[in-house]
Design a protein around this ligand. Structure first.
Ligand SMILES: [Zn+2]
Length: 369
């Protein structure tokens, strides 16, 4: 049994507690919370300088792209970035595995306990089977030509089943509104069954996505025409949100939302990846438009970020929003756990095994449990 206390405890399901004490079992399960150090009769009280909060949930990552660290040039925009990602297969399997292992280790050191991870391959599966972290795997599909729909969805189902056979949560999800025509959306919707909890999708990462749907023009429009995309991609969609109806209004985690507008914000969960947004588009979302109880945070991949650190992401959000520390930590822990359905994570409620991070000034972090 351990009794942990610091300047403040941030349980996140209740208000912060000054000098509160967190009682943990040997397996890290929350046994009790004490409002006052004097209420705890033990000589084993561990006193820390800083604050204690639950382990972080990285709601959006692409672990399998970890070997692309530093390969995409900064600030070149999303179209250029997509080009850089297409080099992903010119690396050996060993190089990829080493990078995946290192990236996961970095997340552990940075106090992350669970990840919403985008997968186009099974490259990360052997690492995930070590169960160092919890993962919700989103099997990502895209393809702008209508005649490839059957082939794309059957590959996705094969990948999803590989993850499920290994005991991992896995759901087929669309890449983005501009890369998935309605026919493929329909197949993705039909693949969703009782084993699935939510879907994710990249949304409004660039203003060109808005131009495509609202005005049928701009660099995405030109690019899609050039690659012979089905005109169904833009013909009947008037905004990115149109795809939510096509998907049957499932529980969704919408990622990026850098160019989202307040009038289009839905009741879904939203994920912001501020460092990746700065890296690719040199822009950030307007944080005042989101419901703070539905906002999550992700690192995106090492292809568009120089680190996998939720604390670094929180620093950027703090500088660009009015969120107080309790709200920032909810974004980093509670909301992501709720979105991804990790019931034992996210808060210091009795019975949970959430992990414990010690944070000092939103800069230094140490994993305590
Ligand atoms: Zn992403």
């Amino acid at each position: 049994m351990r009794f942990l206390t610091a300047n403040y405890l941030y349980p996140l399901n209740i208000s912060p507690i000054k000098e509160g004490v967190l009682q943990l079992s040997d397996t890290g399960e929350v046994i009790n919370i004490f409002e006052n150090r004097n209420d705890v009769f033990t000589e084993k009280l561990e006193i820390f300088d800083g604050i204690l909060c639950p382990g972080f949930v990285n709601a959006h990552c692409h672990l399998e792209l970890s070997h692309l660290l530093g390969k995409a040039e900064k600030g070149k925009g999303l179209l250029d970035f997509i080009g850089a990602i297409q080099q992903r297969n010119s690396y050996s399997a060993i190089e990829k595995q080493i990078a995946i292992n290192k990236a996961e280790q970095q997340m552990i050191t940075n106090g992350i306990v669970a990840v919403g991870d985008i997968c186009n391959t099974t490259d990360t599966l052997s690492q995930k089977q070590k169960r160092n972290l919890k993962y919700y795997n989103f099997i990502e599909v895209f393809g702008v030509e209508d005649d490839l729909v059957k082939q794309i969805i059957s590959v996705a189902k094969y990948l999803r089943n590989q993850f499920r056979k290994a005991g991992q949560k896995a759901t087929i999800s669309p890449h983005a509104p501009y890369s998935v025509p309605p026919k493929l959306m329909e197949e993705i919707k039909n693949s969703f069954s009782t084993e699935d909890e939510l879907m994710t999708i990249h949304m409004q990462e660039t203003k060109h996505e808005n131009d495509l749907f609202e005005y049928k023009r701009g660099s995405f429009y030109n690019w899609l025409k050039e690659i012979n995309a089905s005109p169904e991609v833009w013909n009947y969609r008037t905004k990115s949100n149109s795809v939510l109806e096509e998907l049957g209004n499932k529980k969704m985690l919408l990622v990026h939302n850098t160019f989202a507008k307040k009038k289009n914000v839905t009741e879904n969960y939203y994920c912001t990846c501020p460092k990746a947004n700065l890296y690719i588009e040199n822009a950030l979302p307007d944080y005042s438009i989101f419901d703070a109880d539905k906002l999550c945070v992700g690192t995106d991949s090492l292809a568009s970020n120089n680190s996998l650190s939720i604390l670094e992401e929180l620093n950027i959000i703090q500088e660009n929003s009015n969120f107080d520390l309790n709200t920032l930590l909810k974004i980093a822990c509670k909301n992501g756990a709720e979105a991804l359905g990790f019931e034992k994570l996210g808060t210091f409620e009795k019975g949970k095994i959430p992990g414990v991070n010690l944070i000092f000034d939103l800069n230094e972090l140490k994993v305590i449990a």
